[in-house]
Design a protein around this ligand. Structure first.
Ligand SMILES: Cc1ncc(COP(=O)(O)O)c(C=O)c1O
Length: 409
């Protein structure tokens, strides 16, 4: 019913994913951008907007906040007040604004690595200190991760300086929920523990939930962290900023629309003040795309999830054959691969696969050198060709070095 198979020339339109390898025969499976045509409902909405043929300033359409509110109630059982919404042209921007609004210069901000790079970069970019609390591997292969609550307790209270000076306060936790790149949906229990931790240590939380509509089994519920906080105690809602948008689920990151949900009026004012007239409105056409997402996007999303489940399983089977330990993501279209053994033999594994015709993300950017992230949101033929190239490269390498590590027994 929907097209997930045709391969389009995206270089012709300067797709960021594709122009990186403009003059090379490299299949790009790196940045979180899908190689599927957009949902027909979005295409129609954009066409109608283009035909209207006036591209002057555009305000938020009157129906849009209520569509968002209805969507959040239906999908996540969360009653959002439309006054809490701050429209944004992107989410990385929202993370940086949250750091500015929630902390003073020099204060400490917690992130859980490995994580999408802006979670590690935003504190320093805004003159704050990053407190990296590594996620704890919970399986022997090191490809399933959980929050390490013991480490978190230690990290939140820094030791006093040698001269007895008081360390800066830890004020904010940046949560990637669900988590990119480990592909996990945190359990209700983990979220409740985290909410208790935030309450105990007086922390504000910025929860980026942009991947939450890509839970692959279609049954596991997404629990907005703000709702979990509010269920613990209504006043805890005031400590939350939730970031979300259609960019990942509907592959419209290039249209530039997202939002922050900030229930507390004072925090919302601080967030808006941090915008300081430096942040533009979302792109005029993006409002039409978002209306289409809310009113007519669901059947395409369901079809997408089926396609992604099948692609994930193909990737897992191929990585098994290659002897590379990997995540089996519960959410989104990114597989996290432990290529440390391979890297010990070939050097940087991302660069090595690039030389063999496949462009993956380098785990170093996420805080884990030796790991790779593979984006499997691609038409089957393209994905199969990329996986075949990877398998061929590994087979040739093993033939040349038969005792190479990682070889399946
Ligand atoms: C968790 C997360 N947040 C934000 C973004 C990017 O959002 P934007 O393009 O709206 O800045 C991504 C992109 O992959 C992401 O994975």
């Amino acid at each position: 019913m929907f097209d997930f198979d045709s391969i389009h020339d995206r270089q012709a339109w300067s797709s960021t994913k594709w122009v990186r390898y403009q003059d090379r025969d490299v299949i790009p499976l790196w940045i979180a951008d899908m190689d599927f045509p957009v949902a027909p409902a979005i295409r129609e909405a954009l066409t109608a907007y283009a035909q209207h043929a006036n591209f002057g300033y555009r305000s938020v359409p009157r129906d849009l906040p209520q569509l968002l509110v209805d969507d959040h109630r239906r999908r996540y059982g969360w009653a959002v007040d439309p006054r809490w919404i701050v429209w944004l042209p992107g989410l990385v921007l929202g993370l940086n604004l949250a750091v500015k609004a929630c902390t003073a210069p020099g204060e400490r901000v917690i992130s859980f690595s490995p994580v999408y790079p802006p979670f590690l970069q935003a504190p320093a970019l805004q003159g704050r200190q990053l407190v990296d609390v590594p996620l704890r591997p919970t399986n022997a292969a090191g490809t399933v991760h959980a929050i390490d609550f013991d480490l978190l307790e230690e990290a939140v209270r820094p030791a006093a300086g040698a001269d007895g000076s008081v360390p800066p306060a830890t004020r904010l936790l940046l949560l990637c929920h669900p988590h990119n790149p480990i592909g996990r949906v945190f359990t209700r229990d983990e979220l409740e523990r985290l909410a208790a931790f935030c309450e105990r240590h007086d922390l504000l939380v910025c929860s980026d939930e942009v991947h939450c509509d890509l839970i692959l089994d279609g049954q596991t519920a997404h629990h907005p962290f703000a709702r979990v906080m509010a269920e613990r105690s209504p006043e805890l809602l005031a400590r939350t900023i939730t970031l979300h948008g259609p960019g990942k689920t509907y592959n419209v990151a290039g249209l530039g629309i997202a939002w922050a949900i900030i229930p507390d009026a004072m925090l919302r004012r601080r967030f808006r003040a941090a915008m300081q007239k430096l942040v533009p409105d979302p792109c005029a056409c993006s409002y039409s795309a978002l209306q289409a997402v809310f009113t007519s996007g669901e059947s395409w999303r369901q079809a997408l999830l089926a396609q992604l489940r099948a692609n994930r399983d193909r990737v897992s089977a191929a990585l098994e054959r290659m002897g590379l330990a990997h995540s089996h993501p519960e959410v989104t279209y990114l597989t996290w691969i432990d290529a440390r053994a391979l890297a010990a033999e070939v050097g940087n594994a991302a660069a090595w696969f690039e030389q063999h015709g496949v462009g993956l993300s380098d785990g170093a950017e996420f805080g884990r050198p030796g790991y790779l992230r593979l984006n499997f949101a691609a038409p089957r033929a393209l994905l199969d060709e990329a996986l075949q190239r990877m398998e061929n490269a590994i087979a040739a390498h093993r033939q040349a070095a038969p005792h190479a590590s990682g070889e399946p027994a």
